[in-house]
Design a protein. Structure first.
Length: 270
């Protein structure tokens, strides 16, 4: 089954930082967010390099296979890795998360499906009109502690290592991409965001904004995150997919990167 999509996007420097190290791509078939590692040289260049590489290898209007998506992410990893090649220490100085959804074709069935991909601690959620479900798992030090039952989600939110990620594009020669295939069906809303949103807003608050609907969902989510503190860059991509006889999705695309004061840096594990 095929679908039509509507997109609402917004990226903002937030209330604290001076540089926006987030980048995004929202050109069917690829909808993704990249959050450059703050506090590291070329964090903004890393995220931009990642999305530019995806735009080149997965051009608009195509329907790649899942294998082609993984190959494209590997190529993006190499491109980000190359930013560190001039550093004589041999230590990666550029890195970024990469999280999103891609419309793919599955060769065995010829079906169109959504492929969720994730590296790092940016997130993908699915909103069904009633419930918000997280589809990605954070690659972070605190998530490992939560998974082990050593701390709670509430404790993770204030843990001193909450900004340490365990997987990033550009950190190693090989990157392990988490992936998930979902059937295209009915009305599906995907929220893709950097951690600048989820550090400020609870899943319950995010769900309330999504429940209100409208073409400006991304704007309202970002504004809410900034009002709650805006300690990090905030990037949101909302994808509304409509298949069959489901109610049409809104067809709005916005892209307003902005700028402005520094705290909470995302860091690779040392």
């Amino acid at each position: 089954m095929t679908s039509t999509v509507g997109v609402s996007v917004r990226s903002d420097v937030g209330a604290v930082r001076r540089v926006n190290e987030d980048s995004m791509i929202a050109a069917d078939p690829v909808f993704a967010v990249a959050d450059g590692m703050g506090g590291h040289a070329r964090g903004d260049a890393a995220s931009q390099t990642a999305v530019e590489s995806l735009a080149r290898t997965l051009p608009a209007g195509t329907r790649p296979t899942p294998e082609e998506v993984i190959a494209a992410i590997d190529e993006a990893n190499a491109a980000v890795r190359s930013l560190s090649s001039a550093d004589e220490s041999g230590v990666a100085v550029a890195g970024t998360t990469l999280t999103g959804v891609v419309r793919v074709r599955v060769q065995e069935t010829l079906d169109e499906q959504w492929m969720v991909v994730n590296i790092g601690d940016s997130r993908v959620y699915l909103w069904d009109g009633r419930e918000l479900t997280r589809l990605s798992v954070d690659h972070s030090a605190v998530q490992e502690l939560v998974d082990a039952g050593l701390i709670t989600e509430a404790q993770a939110a204030v843990h001193p290592e909450r900004n340490v990620i365990t997987r990033a594009l550009g950190a190693e020669d090989f990157v392990d991409t988490d992936s998930l295939l979902l059937p295209v069906t009915g009305r599906q809303t995907f929220l893709i965001c950097s951690d600048g949103l989820t550090k400020e807003l609870s899943d319950e608050t995010i769900a309330r904004v999504l429940a209100d609907g409208g073409a400006d969902i991304a704007d309202r989510l970002v504004d809410a995150a900034i009002a709650a503190g805006g300690r990090d860059n905030v990037t949101v991509v909302v994808v509304e997919s409509t298949a069959g006889d489901a109610e049409p999705a809104s067809d709005v695309t916005k892209d307003r990167p902005e700028g402005s004061r520094s705290l909470e840096d995302t860091q690779p594990r040392g």
